[in-house]
Design a protein around this ligand. Structure first.
Ligand SMILES: Nc1nc2c(ncn2[C@@H]2O[C@H](COP(=O)(O)OP(=O)(O)OP(=O)(O)O)[C@@H](O)[C@H]2O)c(=O)[nH]1
Length: 405
């Protein structure tokens, strides 16, 4: 397989310039996404390929040394973009060293095509390795669709560069110059073209994946406490009721209300009150199982959803939660703040006709009984009142009744 090298170089230049422009427009005003750096990398790449395509018509210093230095610089800019995306400092020496190696070594290799190919391809492969490492290193972005596309594009390029090193070292293909057609030459430039496209699209999708993730979180999480918000805990409850009815399993729900919370706000201020809300959520979450769910139902009221749990077990857990909240002070401005909670518990085997709102009603009734009976205590109920049934939310969560939000 051989293709016309000047045409392929032209395609790479056009593709790099178009993608650089697109990324610059998409990333305008969003510095932390690293799109500006990525666009700069693509621009360096296109200038490098312009210089390469002028081989023989401009001094070798420009067409060989500067061009390859710019390719190494382009990979360095891509690495900077990934680090910026991940909010990490630029790895300066890992960016500068490959460029320095190329710029310092190539002037001595002007007459040695194979050695230049071997050295250049090795340096670029290492740079791609650094990019893949940064993308895959744990603790940063979870590799979503965008990251996978980006990594696949880079991996393909690295693979072809390694083939190129091998071909240069073993003399498998010895074209007399860059612009001469050859199988490895054609494969290299075709891959460069594909990589510019896939890696750049992958980088844009990575940004979109992160935005989507943020939006999903915002739609499901209470921003103050980090617990599930009212909508997502009710959706989860609806789903669990349906499953428990189908399997004839038990299900328990707690309504947890902080006692005299208004006093905390009045005496210490609303920021202290906010801090207490977060503290109570932390205590609840510490004690429940991973399959259980804690959600904020209203101001200082929380729901705890306990799948596959009967009344006895749920009431016992509720008593432990009451005790834990009472015993673990919330530290505010260096001073301990003690609060207590009243908990209403519902738990029973689910029957056909039972629905999520009946469970909330039952836990709510029990919670009010706990308040009436002196607070800092647990009351439990096992019966459900038949309410004017609300439709299930499963089929169309968008029909979520606004009165419940
Ligand atoms: N700091 C803070 N306060 C909130 C928030 N949401 C609701 N509140 C306050 O929570 C308080 C609830 O007060 P009440 O409903 O009278 O209940 P309470 O004082 O806990 O009394 P009992 O429930 O009867 O023990 C009100 O003062 C609300 O302003 C919030 O997000 N942050």
């Amino acid at each position: 397989m051989q293709a016309d090298v000047p045409t392929m170089l032209l395609m790479i230049i056009a593709c790099s310039v178009i993608m650089a422009g697109a990324l610059a427009v998409v990333g305008w005003g969003q510095r932390r996404d690293g799109m500006g750096c990525w666009a700069a990398g693509l621009l360096l790449h296109s200038v490098a390929y312009v210089l390469l395509s002028l081989r023989g018509r401009i001094p070798d210093l420009l067409s060989i040394v500067v061009a390859n230095g710019l390719i190494a610089g382009a990979f360095a800019a891509l690495l900077a973009a990934v680090h910026q995306f991940q909010s990490r400092p630029w790895p300066l020496w890992r960016m500068a060293l490959p460029v320095a190696i190329v710029v310092l070594a190539f002037p001595f290799l002007l007459d040695q095509y194979a050695a230049r190919v071997a050295l250049g391809s090795t340096v670029y492969t290492v740079q791609i390795g650094l990019l893949l490492w940064a993308l895959g290193s744990p603790g940063h972005i979870a590799p979503g669709r965008g990251a996978v596309l980006l990594m696949a594009g880079l991996a393909l390029q690295a693979l072809v560069l390694l083939v190129r090193v091998g071909a240069a070292l073993w003399g498998a293909e010895q074209p007399s110059g860059l612009l001469q057609s050859g199988t490895v030459q054609s494969l290299t430039f075709l891959t460069s073209f594909v990589t510019v496209l896939t890696a750049s699209l992958g980088f844009v999708f990575m940004s979109k994946d992160r935005l989507d993730d943020g939006n999903r979180r915002m739609a499901a999480i209470d921003p103050l406490t980090g617990a599930a918000n009212r909508r997502s805990i009710i959706l989860a409850l609806d789903r669990d009721v349906a499953r428990a009815v189908r399997m004839r399993e038990s299900l328990a729900l707690m309504m947890v209300d902080i006692d005299h919370f208004k006093r905390v706000n009045d005496e210490y201020g609303h920021l202290a009150g906010d801090h207490v809300l977060c503290h109570v959520v932390d205590v609840l979450r510490d004690r429940v199982r991973t399959q259980d769910m804690v959600g904020r139902y209203g101001g200082e009221e929380f729901l705890v959803l306990l799948p596959d749990t009967g009344l006895k077990g749920a009431a016992e857990l509720a008593r432990q939660l009451c005790h834990s909240v009472e015993q673990s002070p919330c530290i505010w401005e260096g001073k301990p703040l003690f609060v207590t909670v009243s908990i209403g518990v519902f738990g029973a085997r689910m029957e056909p006709g039972d629905s999520w709102d009946m469970l909330i009603d039952a836990a709510d009734r029990a919670m009010y009984r706990a308040k009436q009976n002196g607070r800092n205590r647990v009351e439990a109920v096992a019966d459900l009142r038949r309410l004017a049934s609300r439709p299930s939310l499963r089929d169309n969560p968008d029909t979520f009744p606004s009165s419940m939000l």
